[in-house]
Every structure is written in C-alpha cells, then in structure tokens.
Ligand binder design. Structure first.
Ligand code: EPZ
Length: 418
C-alpha cells in the first residue's frame, strides 16, 4: 500500500493541461456498445475507474486497446448481456452499462451496484426510465431486463446525472423517439450528446432540462476527444487557494467552473477566466476570507464533487463558511480528517460550519472517498509541516497521477510504499 508524503508551506507556481473527465469518459465508453464499428477515444484519463470500465467491455466481448490517453473499442464482437457482481462492485457507476446493453442485446442482467462512501446510491430512476421506454425490468436477486426499447416519455423526479445518461443511451437504441424531462444539465451530458451525434445519433437538448432522442438510427464507429475534467480543475485550484501562488489550467471551460471560481474570488483570490485557460492567484501572506454559504446543487449550481476540496482550502481562513450538501447523504467524511489537521468544523446532517483557523498542521490522514482524498491533498499543501496521506486507492479512481500534477506545480509531494 502506498502513501503520499506532502510537505506544506510552499506556494504553487505553474501551468498544466487538465486530463480528460472521468465522468464523461465512463458513459462514453458504455456508449461504445451501441456502435457498429471501432471507436477511437482521445484524452482518456488513466484511472482505475476507467480500467474497470474497460474490463466490463472486454467481458462483454469487445476488443479494447489502450495506448497512453487513447482507447480503441471495437464492439463488433460483443455478445454478452450480463455483468458480474464482482464487476458491478468494482465501480459504482457500472450501472451506466445497463441502458446501452439493453438497447444492443435486448436483454441485460446485472447485480445491484451497491452503495459507496457517499451513502446509499439508489437506481430507481434508472429502472423507471427503462420501463418508460417499454422494457420489462424485474428486480429479483439482481436486475433483469428484457425487450428492446421502443422509446417513450421519461420523467425524472430528480435531475440524476446517471439516470439521464442511461436513458439517453437506451433511447439511442430504441425503435422510436424518446423525450427525457427534468434531465440533468451537467457538461458531461453535453459531451455524451456530442459523442453520440458524432456516430450518427439524433440527440438534442443536452444542457437543458429536456432532451429528445430520435430512435431507429444505426451508429457507426468513429473518433472523439473527451472533454477536460472540471472537478480535477476545481481540486487543483483549491490546492492553489490553500498553498498560495499562481496556477494556470488549460483544457477546461471556465464556464463549467463558474460557481467554484466565484467562491474563491469572494474568499480573496484573483481569478482570471479566458477561453484558453483559467488562472487562480492567491497571495499566501494574506489570509483567505470566509465565503458566503456554499450550497451544492445540480448543474449549473455548485458541484457536489467540488465541496470537499473547496472546504479544505477554506479551513484555513479568517471568518466562517457554511456548507450545505444537498445531493448526497454522507459527503462529509473528509471532515474528521481535516480536524486532525487542526481544522475547526462542525457538521449537523447535511450542514457543515467551517470556522477558519490561521493555519492547518501536517498529520497522518486517510482518504475516505475520491474527492475527500483530493481535498486532503489540497489542505496538506497549505499546512505547516508534513502530511502523510493514505487511502490512495480512492484518489487513483479519479485523479491521474495527482502527485505528478502537484509536483509540476512546484509542490513537495512524493508517493512511497508505506
Ligand atoms: C454522478 O453520479 C457522478 N458520477 C458523481 O461524481 C456526482 O457526484 C453526481 O453525478 C452528482 O453530480 C459519475 O458521473 C460517474 P446522481 P450519479 O444520479 O449519477 C439520487 C465523483 O466524485 N438518485 O446525479 O450516481 C442519488 O442518491 C462522483 O466523480 C436517486 O435517488 O449521481 C443522489 O442523491 C461522485 N435515484 C442524487 O440522486 C436514482 O435512481 C444525485 O445522484 C439515481 C440517483
């Protein structure tokens, strides 16, 4: 098991291109099941969640090659319609294979994806979307779906990202048209729509609450470049706000980060947003200010995935910041770890009150989930002394070489066997 040694106190300086988005490449990989020929994907991040998705595609009979940040998926040999329990457990978002599998094979058998560190992760909206498209869905010791989708009206009671994506992917393979209302508006939905249309699909409306999908189209093979990861960007900007210095990031659209940038601006950082890059400067000799309430919400609201990293940066500030986590039940598991570093944070259900302290100090801390891990690394960079961060398996799910990225920005970080 490896751990990260992070020596705090150095400002960050530098520029880097943010790697491809985990939450875009995963549904796009599942969508490859709908193609009638090989698909080449560029800017794919090298993450353990991506490796898990490639394993599922291989088990379904696809030929998969990965070289650097390029993945080629040839689904022409795909014949399976089941995903094993072990594979479903390997990655929470493996449920995203349900819709395309059903559209392609006319049947799909999966076990429940299981909860995760953020609390229960229900899939009722995914299943009701498939039923709305005319598929039979039985839940007996797992999920058993039968019947090719015909299309229909999908009404989501929550703008669920995964359920929106599953409905889109099933609808692309349906014989008739589908309308999805109260759809999630996250940028990754737009990337999925662009990908599907590049293969010949007819999807419209991504980014709005209503998405329409023409049915009955055959998707060709093709080539596509995955968008940059806005949450990795938010994490790196949180590291700069925590440690001080100047960090410039390329490969992300600053508009996808506007709510995060606004919090850092109000906390006293200077933010520059251009088409080609986003840059954050913070004078380490001037304390951050507490920010107005940070309430997570579906896009275009403040992203729940940025809550932990931003909280980590504001833990050392002058003033208080109130956080309200409206998306997940249990997304404050990084708080006890930040308190071990000297933070003063009180949580009550979905509310967390951060009373800024002058400075955090290094400690032995453990990542409890993906974004909590990114948060602890950001906090450590601004802390006094050395932090030993374990639980890197969580971090490697969504950050490709976090320690290399931080070293490129001047941080004193190394990964060692524990
Ligand atoms: C996606 O998860 C992301 N994962 C998450 O990122 C992200 O936090 C989340 O969207 C919200 O933005 C991927 O894209 C792979 P949801 P997803 O369905 O689709 C409830 C990260 O760190 N719900 O939008 O699972 C659910 O319990 C990860 O990169 C139902 O009740 O999230 C939650 O409270 C973490 N029934 C809310 O909706 C359902 O059928 C939003 O979840 C589905 C969801």
């Amino acid at each position: 098991m490896s751990v990260m040694y992070i020596r705090g106190g150095r400002p960050l300086e530098g520029e880097l291109a943010v790697h491809g988005a985990k939450n875009s490449v995963l549904p796009i990989l599942a969508a490859c099941l709908l193609a009638k020929g090989p698909v080449t994907l560029n800017n794919c991040p090298r993450l353990t969640d991506v490796a898990a998705a490639l394993g599922i595609l291989r088990r379904l009979g696809c030929r998969v090659e990965q070289e650097g940040h390029t993945i080629v998926v040839d689904p022409t040999g795909a014949s399976g319609c089941s995903i094993s329990e072990e594979q479903m457990r390997s990655m929470r978002s493996s449920i995203i294979f349900l819709g395309p599998l059903l559209a392609r094979a006319g049947e799909a058998h999966l076990s429940y994806p299981g909860g995760c560190e953020l609390g229960p992760r229900p899939i009722d909206l995914h299943l009701s979307a498939l039923r709305a498209m005319g598929c039979e869905v039985r839940e007996e010791q797992g999920i058993h779906c039968l019947g090719r989708p015909k299309g229909g009206e999908v009404q989501l009671s929550i703008p669920s990202v995964g359920a929106t994506e599953n409905a889109m992917l099933c609808a692309v393979g349906a014989s008739g048209p589908t309308t999805i209302t109260n759809a999630a508006r996250e940028p990754e939905i737009g990337d999925l729509q662009s990908f599907l249309n590049s293969l010949g699909a007819g999807v419209r409306g991504a980014g709005s609450s209503t998405i329409t999908v023409e049915g009955g189209r055959c998707l060709s093979g093709g080539e596509y470049t995955v968008m940059g990861d806005r949450i990795v960007a938010a994490t790196l900007l949180s590291a700069a706000a925590s440690a001080g210095g100047t960090v410039r990031l390329r490969g992300v659209d600053w508009r996808h980060l506007a709510t995060v940038l606004s919090v850092f601006h109000q906390a006293g950082c200077r933010v520059e947003s251009k088409l080609e890059y986003v840059e954050l400067f913070r004078d380490g000799s001037v304390p951050l200010r507490g920010a107005p309430t940070v309430r997570t919400a579906p896009y275009p609201g403040f992203p729940t995935d940025a809550q932990a990293p931003v909280m980590a940066a504001l833990a050392a500030s002058q003033g208080c910041t109130l956080f309200v986590e409206t998306i997940f039940d249990s997304r404050y598991r990084h708080v006890p770890e930040l308190i071990r570093m000297g933070a003063d944070i009180t949580t009550e259900g979905r509310v967390a009150l951060v009373r800024g302290v002058e400075r955090l100090h290094g400690a032995r801390v453990e990542a409890t989930d993906l974004r909590g891990g990114g948060a602890l690394a950001a906090a450590a960079l601004g802390a006094e002394g050395t932090t030993v961060l374990s639980g890197l398996n969580h971090i490697d799910r969504g950050y490709e070489g976090l320690e290399e990225m931080l070293r490129l920005l001047g941080a004193d970080v190394e990964r060692r066997e524990a």
